[in-house]
Design a binder for this molecule. Structure first.
Ligand code: SF4
Ligand code: SF4
Length: 218
């Protein structure tokens, strides 16, 4: 999932200063799950902004809506009637969502209320961690499903550095050494021979930027 977090209220307020009618749009997928941009967060931000504007003696009219996915044009189209009634849009989607809305409604300014952080998963309630850097050349099949590109502080591909100590990382002793985790996982699977495999340097051309994927035809 894409993990994001809300920008500070002051920053959002500054972005939309000068507008009187805005549409606040949530996204019902990744950012709902990471408590950043779902229906609840839209409601909270809307109230906070109205209060903050009111305190400064300014009136702000907000309308609120949450669509299933902001990164799909067809779903963004559902907003057309509401967009006609406002001066600007505040999106609580990830960067892809904001850009899709901006593309569909080119004549209306769109502002991001979130900072998109990474591709990750929940570690425990209320905490998400990065698990994939979208490197374009996945090697999880040979590392026991643990990504060294992201989870090793140095992104090492051929076993641990000399600094690993009692299974912890030298860069952050609070964190497990990724290569110790990989070793233990492969041990459980009876695949420790993979620890001897040599991985050549990453192919940084596996993903050119901007990335593009075309589905394989059946
Ligand atoms: S190897 Fe690359 S694609 Fe696979 S999980 Fe790690 S960063 Fe993501
Ligand atoms: S201690 Fe382990 S996780 Fe930390 S940088 Fe070295 S190999 Fe990577």
């Amino acid at each position: 999932m894409i993990v994001a977090e809300r920008k500070p209220l002051e920053e959002i307020k500054e972005m939309i200063a000068g507008y009187k009618r805005i549409l606040i749009v949530g996204c019902g997928t990744c950012v709902t799950i990471c408590w950043a941009g779902g229906e609840k967060e839209v409601g909270i931000l809307s109230s906070q902004l109205r209060l903050a504007f009111g305190k400064d003696g300014n009136e702000l009219l907000t309308s609120e809506v949450t669509i299933e996915r902001q990164c799909e044009r067809e779903m963004v189209e559902e907003l057309r009637d509401k967009v006609q009634e406002v001066e600007a849009i505040l999106s609580l989607g990830c960067g892809a969502g904001v850009q899709t809305i901006a593309e569909v409604f080119e004549e209306t300014p769109v502002y991001p209320a979130l900072n998109t952080k990474f591709v990750g998963m929940p570690e425990r309630e209320g905490v998400w961690v990065e698990t994939c850097r979208a490197c374009g050349d996945c090697l999880l099949g040979e590392t026991g499903g643990i990504c060294p590109v992201v989870r090793c502080a140095k992104g090492l591909l051929n076993g641990p550095c000399g600094g690993t100590k009692r299974g912890k990382c030298e860069v952050d002793p609070e964190k497990d050494c990724a290569w110790t985790l990989i070793y233990r996982r492969l041990e459980k699977q009876g695949r420790l021979d993979l620890m001897r495999k040599y991985y050549p340097p990453r192919n940084f051309q596996a993903v050119t930027r901007p990335g593009k994927v075309e589905a394989l035809q059946a």
